[in-house]
Ligand binder design. Structure first.
Ligand code: GAL
Length: 412
């Protein structure tokens, strides 16, 4: 073969190798309409940069199924480029020394200054950035169908727990489902986040569920939390068992149900269905939790990958923290940006409130990690809590027994 031909073949080989490098394999659980729409913003941003997106969806809110899938991949020595992950799960993986080091990019782009400390607690491990936070969600929200409330004679937004229960009972009496709910452990735990906060306040929440102080957990407040969960249980329809969260959101969107208690990813479903906040639906903090926020932040954990994949991985991490992307993505997702320097101009009324509430809670120290979404305790404790909360919701434990079981679960 002539020298030129060889050189040409080598160049062609190198450029096809370079092209082959430009792809990312991303594992996530964003499979609902609103979630997929938000993820598309990221996919298309990367495609514009020449990075191909290999999608690995594993359905299931809260990410339990996704976490099982990740374990299998990492154990077989073939981790994806990036994985959607929550709170303590990130720390667990970081401890195993299998995550990438994003410090060079983080320093160049000033992540230390722009990402809230509450998120950095999980994005960094031993001073090393290992994950790129994409949003801040919060779980203490109620979503309501405006027309249903009007038809049921609910004319003002409930401000206290008792007002909320009274309003829901009115909705039920008017022939609607009062509370749209999906009977899956993580959804029951999501409701529980807000009930804990509404019942015991932020100090109790922190002491009982983050510090897991046995005396606080064993106090009468915990039993009261379960009494309130029992009140909610009477407000759901008979077909709640196993229902997906977005199907429950759909019941509020279509006017079958009055309320849903769910994190603000629910707003993604309303927006995806072309509904307008204030006109078609209402968003308000769970009565009794105003001024506090139970947060969870989706982060893309970057695994250690071969040199052939590292460039695309860096592009992905950079694209996630890009301020313009953070605005565009979170407008669709229902969450607040994971940076404090992103304007709220493009956000709707619920989004503006989410951003404002988050900043206020952060400055007043009333921002606490979601129990349900892995920001209060490691996965083993979270799962033990899920078990108690779900058994209680399904009538297998009474209020008193559930409170006692929770004390034991905290020791998992
Ligand atoms: C949460 C996640 C949200 C949302 C939800 C339902 O754990 O943080 O982004 O997608 O699950 O799938």
């Amino acid at each position: 073969m002539k020298i030129q031909t060889l050189a040409f073949a080598a160049a062609a080989f190198i450029s096809s190798a370079a092209l082959a490098q430009q792809n990312v394999e991303v594992l996530h659980w964003w499979t609902s309409g609103g979630e997929a729409a938000a993820l598309n913003v990221l996919k298309s941003n990367l495609e514009k940069q020449g990075v191909k997106w290999n999608d690995m969806p594993v359905a299931g809110g809260g990410g339990e199924a996704a976490m099982t899938a990740v374990r299998a991949r990492v154990t077989s020595g073939n981790p994806p480029t990036a994985v959607q992950m929550l709170g303590f799960d990130i720390t667990d993986w970081a401890k195993q020394n299998v995550l990438a080091d994003l410090n060079e990019l983080a320093a160049k782009e000033g992540w230390d200054k722009s990402v809230p400390k509450a998120l950095q607690q999980f994005s960094k491990h031993n001073g090393k950035w290992v994950a790129a936070p994409v949003n801040v969600h919060s779980t203490n929200w109620v979503w309501a169908n405006k027309e249903v409330l009007t038809k049921a004679g609910v004319t003002t937004e409930p401000r206290t727990w008792d007002e909320f229960i009274a309003a829901a009972e009115k909705v039920q009496k008017a022939g609607f489902v009062a509370l749209a709910h999906g009977g899956q452990p993580w959804q029951e735990a999501t409701v529980f986040d807000g009930v804990v906060l509404a019942t015991g306040g932020v100090d109790y929440y922190r002491k009982a569920f983050i510090e897991r102080d046995p005396a606080t957990l064993a106090s009468p407040t915990t039993e009261k939390v379960f009494q309130r969960m029992s009140q909610l249980r009477k407000l759901v329809d008979k077909d709640f068992s196993g229902r997906d969260w977005n199907v429950a959101s759909g019941m509020v969107i279509s006017g079958k149900a009055g309320f849903q208690i769910m994190g603000d990813w629910a707003k993604g479903e309303f927006i995806n269905a072309k509904k307008v906040p204030g006109k078609d639906f209402l968003c308000f903090r769970i009565p009794g939790t105003q001024g506090s926020v139970t947060f969870n932040s989706d982060q893309f954990v970057m695994y250690k990958v071969g040199a052939d994949k590292a460039a695309a991985q860096t592009k992905l991490a950079g694209a996630i923290l890009d301020p313009a992307f953070q605005s565009a993505f979170n407008v669709v997702k229902g969450s607040a940006p994971a940076r404090t320097d992103v304007s709220d101009a493009a956000f709707d009324a619920c989004g503006k409130k989410a951003i404002k509430d988050l900043a206020e809670a952060n400055s007043k120290n009333t921002l606490v990690g979601s129990i349900a979404h892995g920001h209060a305790a490691p996965a083993s404790v979270k799962s033990a809590f899920y078990d108690v909360i779900t058994r209680h919701f399904n009538g297998q434990l009474d209020d008193k027994k559930a409170a006692a079981a929770l004390v034991a679960a905290a020791k998992s």
